[in-house]
Design a binder for this molecule. Structure first.
Ligand code: SF4
Length: 528
C-alpha cells in the first residue's frame, strides 16, 4: 500500500551509507565474483521508496556501490537516509553533503530510532517504524520541501500493519551487484537477551506479513534478476512459530514452481532444533543456512545474558540436528562477557573444533543503547566513551587480555587448514542431506554458465595460483571437481577466502574486534 491523495510532486533521493570493512559483509569475496560490490539491498530505504506517493520520482543510491554525485544532489528536492549505528559517521557525512546543496535531509531506521541524539544536524528525524510518522513526514514535505528552521522529530505511535507494507522497490537497486538478496517476513523477537536491542525497538510480539506478500516479493526479486541466495532478515524466523509453519508450504510451492532458483537463509534461535517438523519443511523450501546466535558455549554465561533458550537442547545436539536437515549453522559468538575467564578463548576454540561450524562471527561485547545491558553497565559505571577502544564496555578482565584473546581466536579458528576441514565436514555431513534438485533450464542457461566460468577463472587464478594457501584450496577443490560439485566449490571458496583474509587482518590489529566499534571507521567515509 502506498500513501495516497498527495498532489504535489517531490523528487526524493534515497542514500544508503557505506559500511566499513566487516566480518559479516564478505567484501574480500567480491573480487572473486562476477561484479558484486555490496552486501544486501537495504530493506528500510527500499520500503520507504515504495511507500512514497506514486507520482514522486525516487532515486536510490547505495554508497557501497557508488557515492551520491553532485548531479544526484542537484536533481533532488529532499534526501532520505537510513542505517545502523555502525554507519553513524557515514550518515552524518551524507547529511553534511546534502546541506551543501541546501537540501532538507530526513533520517529513519534503527540507529536514529534508538538514539535520536546521534543525529543533531538532520532536518527530520523519523523515529520508529513505518506508520503515522511517515505519513506526517510526507505531508510536510508535500507542503514545503525546504529545510525547516529547526529539527523536526516525528515519532511513530501507530505502526502500519505489516500486511499493508508495499513490496520494497527492489527495481531501484542494482540487485545483481549484491552478494545476497534480502527479504523480510516478520519483525520483533519474544526473547530478551540482555545485549540485544531488537525487543526494545521492534517489540516482543512479532509482527508479520502474509505468505502471499512474501511470494509476491520473491517474484519481484526474481524479475529484478536475483537468483543466488536470499536472506530472511527477520530478527528470529521462529519468533512466531505458527507463522513460520504457515509460510513454509508457500515457499515450497514457490520453489517448485520456479525451479528452486533461490537458496534461502535466515536467522533463528537454536531451539529451532526442537522443531523437526519446521526443519523438514525448511529443507524442502531449500533453506541452506541458519544463523544462530549461540553467543557462547558456557551455560553460566548464557544464563547471565538471559539466553537460556539456547540450552533447551544441548548445543552440540542442536547443531547436529540442523545439519541433519541439510542446513549449515552460522554462529554469532561474543567475547568479553562478565562471565569470561582467562581460559575462555581456549574453550571457544575447542567449541569451534567440536561443532565444525565453519563461519562464526566472533565479536567483542558492545553495549547498545536501549538494551538491558546498557542500563546495567550504566548503573555499574562501566560504560566507556572512547572511540580508540574496540568496545564501550569496561570488561571484568583486563581490556588488553580480552582483545588479545579475541585476536588469537580469530587467528587460530580461520587458519586455512582448520577452516577447510570444517567445510569438508559440512560437505560430507550437512550438504549431503540437502534435497537433490532437478536440473532446470535456468541452471543450464548460458547466463548462469557464463557466471560460473567467470568466478571459476578468478578463483583458480587468485586463490589457486596466487594464493598462499593454495595447497589447502586445491585439496578441497579437486575433490569437489571430481564430484562435479561446482556450486559448493564456488560457494565455499568465496566465503572461506573472505574469512581467511579478514581474520588475518583482524589478528594483525587492522580490523575492529566488534562490528559496532567506531575504531578505524573514520577512514571509510567516502572522499566526496
Ligand atoms: S533471540 Fe536474538 S533477536 Fe531475540 S532477543 Fe535474543 S539476540 Fe535478540
Amino acid at each position: 500500500m502506498r500513501v495516497e491523495g498527495i498532489e504535489t510532486v517531490r523528487r526524493i533521493l534515497c542514500v544508503f551509507p557505506r559500511y566499513t570493512s566487516s566480518f559479516g559483509t564478505f567484501e574480500y569475496a567480491y573480487p572473486l565474483t562476477d561484479g558484486v560490490q555490496a552486501f544486501m539491498p537495504p530493506q528500510g530505504l527500499l520500503l520507504i521508496a515504495a511507500y512514497l506517493p506514486a507520482n514522486w520520482p525516487v532515486r536510490f543510491i547505495d554508497e557501497n556501490i557508488r557515492a551520491a554525485s553532485k548531479e544526484d544532489f542537484e536533481w533532488a528536492e529532499v534526501v532520505f537516509v537510513s542505517g545502523m549505528h555502525i554507519q553513524r559517521q557515514q550518515m552524518n557525512d551524507i547529511c553534511r553533503r546534502a546541506h551543501a546543496f541546501d537540501l532538507a535531509v530526513a533520517i529513519g531506521g534503527p540507529s536514529v530510532s534508538a538514539c535520536p541524539d546521534y543525529y543533531p544536524s538532520f532536518d527530520y528525524l523519523h523515529v520508529g517504524e513505518l506508520g503515522d510518522a511517515t505519513d506526517d513526514l510526507i505531508a510536510r514535505l508535500a507542503r514545503d520541501p525546504s529545510r525547516p528552521e529547526r529539527q523536526v522529530v516525528l515519532k511513530t505511535a501507530d505502526r502500519l500493519d505489516m500486511t499493508k507494507f508495499p513490496i520494497p522497490a527492489y527495481e531501484l537497486a542494482e540487485v545483481k551487484k549484491y552478494f545476497l538478496g534480502s527479504i523480510q517476513y516478520s519483525s520483533g523477537c519474544p526473547y530478551q537477551c540482555e545485549f540485544c536491542d531488537i525487543p526494545g525497538l521492534y517489540g516482543r510480539n512479532p509482527r508479520l506479513k502474509s505468505p502471499q506478500q512474501i511470494t509476491a516479493e520473491l517474484d519481484k526479486l526474481l524479475e529484478c534478476g536475483v537468483t543466488g541466495s536470499v536472506y530472511f532478515v527477520d530478527d528470529n524466523f521462529i519468533g512466531n512459530r505458527k507463522a513460520a509453519v504457515d509460510l513454509l508450504p508457500h515457499l515450497i510451492e514457490w520453489q517448485k514452481k520456479t525451479g528452486y532458483v533461490m537458496r534461502l537463509a535466515c536467522e533463528a534461535t537454536l531451539n529451532i532444533a526442537k522443531r523437526p517438523e519446521i526443519l523438514e519443511k525448511m529443507r524442502d523450501a531449500y533453506f541452506i543456512t541458519i544463523f544462530c546466535g549461540i553467543e557462547t558455549p558456557d551455560p553460566d554465561a548464557l544464563k547471565a545474558m538471559h539466553k537460556d533458550h539456547n540450552m533447551m537442547v544441548p548445543i552440540m545436539e542442536g547443531i547436529e540436528t540442523i545439519n541433519q536437515h541439510g542446513m549449515e549453522v552460522v554462529s554469532g559468538i561474543i567475547m568479553g562477557l562478565d562471565t569470561d575467564k582467562p581460559e575462555t578463548g581456549d574453550a571457544l576454540l575447542a567449541f569451534v573444533d567440536e561443532s565444525r561450524i565453519p563461519l562464526l562471527t566472533i565479536n567483542l561485547l558492545q553495549a547498545l543503547p536501549k538494551t538491558p545491558l546498557w542500563d546495567r553497565l550504566a548503573r555499574e559505571n562501566r560504560l566507556i566513551d572512547d572511540d580508540s577502544r574496540d568496545s564501550n564496555v569496561d570488561f571484568r578482565l583486563p581490556y588488553d587480555q580480552v582483545v588479545s584473546s579475541w585476536r588469537k581466536c580469530m587467528e587460530v579458528a580461520y587458519q586455512p587448514e582448520k577452516l577447510y576441514a570444517r567445510y569438508q565436514h559440512q560437505v560430507d555431513f550437512t550438504y549431503a542431506n540437502r534435497m537433490r534438485l532437478p536440473s532446470t533450464a535456468q541452471q543450464k542457461s548460458w547466463a548462469n554458465i557464463k557466471r560460473g566460468l567467470i568466478m571459476l577463472r578468478k578463483i583458480f587464478w587468485q586463490v589457486g595460483v596466487l594464493g598462499d594457501y593454495r595447497k589447502v584450496f586445491w585439496k578441497f577443490a579437486l575433490s569437489r571437481l571430481r564430484h562435479g560439485d561446482i556450486e559448493n566449490l564456488i560457494g565455499v571458496t568465496l566465503i572461506a577466502h573472505h574469512l581467511i583474509m579478514f581474520a588475518r587482518a583482524a589478528s594483525g590489529g587492522q580490523q575492529n574486534a566488534s562490528n559496532y566499534s567506531l575504531r578505524l571507521r573514520e577512514a571509510s567515509i567516502p572522499a566526496e
